[in-house]
Write a protein that binds this ligand. Structure first.
Ligand code: AVJ
Length: 315
């Protein structure tokens, strides 16, 4: 076997299936979760520090400002289950305020998950940390060690925005099942706002979001023996007003032909691969989304500019 074929055979079969099916679809689309290999996770961390990318900054400030109040409502002794934990940079603010019994970070990027769990362990030496490498959009079994503990789901970053509303509702309902009755959920939801502000957050002058988007093509080349000429594509961020979402696409800037795991594809100039949705919600939209997902909103916090909201709900 050639080394390239050996690599492809070691690749995640779900990644291969999503890429081959997504490139054959019209319009072409690949699910956003495949952005997050180790390199993609690192690029996303850089995005969160960009001046134009307001969500992380605003949400972290909200969490710091209201941690004590959140702690009073939530109470001590819960297992905190974080969905899509990434580098867990916001988590210390929460953990310090609520005195949890355990912390369960769930992330699809295993290497990244273990690195960040280790970093957190040094700050919270007495807290049991139980990382779970999983795609949280599917069913996730809670570790045995937290059986019987009341749960707080933590779903920051407006990651819910990646999902179309019907899928978001299904996920919220699945979280009720995973977390159990008596559970609470602390979730970050990004707001609808002027299009210029949104576009500046997803297509910034530093070009990190472009690199993050294009890394998906590099990942396909690396893991699925792809022959994609990455320089034939450009990053495009678009506001879809009818569906209230930012869309990211990879747009062919010239006619291009390539293969992925031996399967041939051709794209014309201007044709795109749709790689991400980031849905935005008004205040009432967000409440309705939670209610439809079987969670009762009980409290919410937002910044003075109403750029981002942190919502607390109970099952
Ligand atoms: C991690 C899904 C919340 O939609 O803002 C950032 C991902 N994509 N810049 C978002 C992302 C481009 C991010 N989420």
């Amino acid at each position: 076997m050639s080394s390239a074929a050996a690599l492809a055979s070691r690749a995640d079969p779900a990644f291969r299936a999503d890429v081959l099916a997504g490139l054959a679809m019209r319009p072409r689309a690949i699910p956003a979760r495949w952005f997050y290999d180790l390199e993609g996770s690192r690029l996303f961390e850089r995005i969160t520090t960009l001046p134009g990318y307001y969500p992380t900054r605003v949400e972290t400030a909200l969490l710091k400002a209201h941690a004590r109040e959140i702690g009073r409502i939530v109470g001590p002794g819960r297992a905190v289950v974080e969905f899509g934990s990434g580098s867990s940079l916001k988590t210390p603010h929460l953990l310090a305020a609520i005195r949890p019994a355990a912390y369960v970070p769930i992330d699809i990027s295993g290497d990244f998950l273990r690195q960040s769990a280790a970093a957190l362990a040094s700050d919270f030496p007495h807290l049991p940390i139980l990382p779970v490498e999983a795609d949280f959009t599917g069913p996730v079994a809670a570790p045995r060690a937290i059986a019987g503990l009341p749960r707080l789901g933590f779903f920051p970053g407006s990651t819910i925005g990646n999902l179309v509303p019907r899928t978001a509702v299904n996920l919220l309902r699945a979280m009720v099942e995973t977390l159990g009755t008596g559970a609470m959920l602390l979730i970050g939801v990004d707001r609808i706002k002027p299009v210029a502000t949104l576009l500046a957050a997803y297509d910034e002058p530093e070009g990190v979001t472009a690199a993050f988007n294009l890394n998906l093509l590099h990942r396909i080349n690396r893991e699925l023996s792809g022959t994609i000429p990455v320089d034939a594509f450009r990053h495009a961020a678009r506001w879809n007003d009818a569906l209230a979402r930012i869309e990211m696409h990879l747009e062919a800037i010239r006619p291009v032909a390539f293969t992925v795991d031996g399967v041939p594809f051709r794209m014309a100039t201007g044709e795109t691969i749709h790689t991400e949705n980031s849905h935005k919600y008004g205040q009432r939209d967000a409440r309705l989304l939670l209610s439809a997902g079987a969670w009762t909103p009980i409290r919410e916090w937002t910044d003075p500019g109403d750029n981002f909201s942190l919502m607390l709900a109970e099952a």
